[in-house]
Design a binder for this molecule. Structure first.
Ligand code: AP5
Length: 219
């Protein structure tokens, strides 16, 4: 199944995607992760993206869309995809439709994870990540077995530079202005489902599996 994950920063999109891709062989494509890889490599695109990401602003549409198009066009055809963090603007949603038409892999489900600002701030300021393994932890909700180190790779955990309260508030404002309106875009296409991001990721995964089964029965 081809799925788009929508929702504010910290709603749990990445955590849910992690569970789904492991259990259901979906290809997880996060534009945030792709941009962080480019920044780490210090590529031209990474250098251009850095100042936007660190300030909590959106990277210009054409840069992100190019990055996503390269990834989708080279992705194995048999796997469904799980897009996390794209689209984030109306222009991106329209570019995505055009791109997916070209590769004949339309979005079948847009999943909107909703979450309130207080919870978002607690989640994001407590988030710690393992850059190599990609594992995501939370100092209270999901602590690693050994404080400060990844369970899987043993590498030291870091805090993303954009995970401070000031930048989170900025990211939330950007989200409300640019991204929330595209929820309606998918509602109008009849493929939107809303879920409560405050729930445990495992419960959300279970709800989603039931939803995917239901859709498969209908098709
Ligand atoms: P991106 O990396 O996409 O960040 P985001 O959308 O702000 O989302 P997050 O990664 O912060 O949150 P999440 O929902 O994945 O939450 P997570 O599961 O980690 O983008 C970063 C930047 O890149 C943007 O600001 C922008 O500059 C740029 N960018 C990216 N895409 C772009 C695009 N398309 N166009 C333009 N610019 C773009 O969870 C958060 C924490 O909560 C974790 O610690 C986790 O352990 C914990 N947690 C999660 N779920 C639960 C739960 N159910 N219960 C308890 N704890 C939980």
């Amino acid at each position: 199944m081809n799925i788009v994950l929508l929702g504010p920063p910290g709603a749990g999109k990445g955590s849910l995607a992690q569970l789904l891709k492991e259990e259901h062989s979906l290809l997880h494509i996060s534009t945030g992760d792709l941009l962080r890889e480019e920044m780490k490599k210090e590529s031209d695109l990474g250098k251009q993206a850095k100042s936007y990401v660190e300030k909590g602003e959106l990277v210009p549409d054409e840069l992100v869309t190019q990055l996503l198009a390269n990834k989708l066009k080279t992705a194995p055809k048999q796997a469904g995809y799980l897009l996390d963090g794209y689209p984030r603007t109306r222009a991106q949603a329209e570019s995505l439709d055009a791109l997916l038409k070209e590769i004949e892999r339309p979005v079948q489900l847009a999943l909107y994870l909703d979450c309130d600002l207080d919870l978002i701030i607690r989640r994001i300021t407590g988030r710690r990540v393992a850059p190599k393994s990609g594992r995501v932890y939370h100092i209270v909700n999901r602590p690693p077995k050994r404080e400060g180190f990844c369970d899987e790779s043993g590498e030291p955990l870091i805090q993303r530079p954009d995970d401070n309260e000031e930048t989170v508030r900025k990211r939330m404002a950007v989200y409300l202005e640019n991204t929330l309106p595209i929820v309606q875009y998918y509602e109008d296409q009849g493929i939107l489902r809303k879920m409560d991001g405050a729930k445990e990721s495992e419960d959300l995964q279970q709800e989603l599996v039931e939803l995917i089964d239901e859709q498969a029965r209908l098709n």
